[in-house]
Design a protein around this ligand. Structure first.
Ligand SMILES: C[S@@+](CC[C@H](N)C(=O)[O-])C[C@H]1O[C@@H](n2cnc3c(N)ncnc32)[C@H](O)[C@@H]1O
Length: 285
């Protein structure tokens, strides 16, 4: 039974009022509400603006209200919606995987700018999570042979859905770093967990509460997985191959040194759009 008629603008205002005590900045509240509505309606932002006085069907209004209540409890909007935007595509996400971040899009961009479609490359993505990196590369470079790996079977179950949707050619392997990986690759890419335990206090509560620890934290000041990958990197990187890593903004100097100690490589450190050290490329000479 339909009790009330709610326009899009009315639910937007309701959402804003609900979230005000939790998300203090108006702009941030509006961004989350509009992200939720466009995602639910499968609209772009101009459609949302043009449909302000459209009546929202009851089932969608209830879904929106449930999602807003979950966001009030700290649930990231992408988990509430069930998907997140990454490099122009919507990836299914839930609490099994990290929500893919903008900084990681910059890493993908670096790789794509370095390598055109004319090169037929083999690629390994270590710690694929939702599959965001592997799928984006595979969708943009359809002739590349790409393996997506993760230690987490749960993450790989979800990655498999994103792979099926956008890039069914990507192969999936469950592996602790290189443990189950055979052979060499022209490109190795990884955005491993790199947050040190003592950074917990600086982190958003919603990240700590909802995103998987396995995707966030690493021992040895967040460096342990890079150190392990460095040990086997040259065994798995083709001659003239390149490896790209996302890194924590305080880890640039240490990681540059770690990789530069490998024989016959060059190392390049790059900053993200905010000017923080964020990515490293290791090239075999
Ligand atoms: C920071 S998330 C990155 C997810 C995705 N690649 C992205 O950029 O959005 C790190 C991923 O590494 C995985 N991981 C953690 N330890 C690992 C290990 N020892 N071997 C392989 N994957 C690991 C986690 O399960 C998680 O999916």
């Amino acid at each position: 039974m339909m009790d009330e008629q709610w326009t899009i603008q009315a639910v937007r205002d309701w959402g804003d009022w609900q979230l005000e005590p939790y998300i203090h900045e108006k702009e941030e509240r509006s961004a989350q509400i509009d992200y939720l509505l466009t995602g639910m309606m499968d609209w772009d932002y101009s459609q949302l603006d043009n449909n302000r006085y459209t009546i929202l069907e009851d089932e969608k209004r209830l879904r929106f209200m449930v999602a807003v209540r979950a966001i009030k409890g700290g649930l990231p909007v992408q988990y509430a919606l069930g998907h997140a935007a990454f490099y122009g595509r919507e990836f299914q996400v839930d609490r099994r995987v990290l929500i893919p971040r903008q900084e990681t899009e910059e890493l993908v961009d670096w790789i794509l700018k370095d390598h055109s479609m004319t090169e037929a490359l083999t690629v390994l993505d270590i710690g694929t999570g939702s599959g965001a990196i592997a799928v984006s590369l595979a969708a943009e470079r359809t002739n590349w042979q790409i393996v997506a790996s993760d230690i987490s079977a749960d993450a790989l179950d979800l990655a498999t859905e994103n792979i099926a949707k956008y890039a069914p050619q990507v192969k999936v392997i469950q592996s602790d770093l290189f443990e189950k990986i055979e052979g060499q690759f022209d490109l190795i890419v990884s955005n491993p967990p790199y947050i040190s335990e003592d950074e917990r206090d600086e982190m958003d509560e919603s990240v700590l509460l909802y995103e998987p620890d396995l995707a966030l934290f690493a021992d040895d000041d967040g460096l342990v997985l890079y150190k392990k990958m460095a040990q086997s990197l040259l065994e798995h990187l083709s001659p003239k191959g390149n490896a790209y890593f996302e890194i924590g903004y305080r880890q640039g100097q240490q990681l540059q040194k770690l990789f530069a100690d490998l024989p016959d490589v060059t190392v390049e450190l790059r900053q993200d759009m905010s000017g923080h050290d964020r990515m490293i490329k290791v090239s075999r000479r």
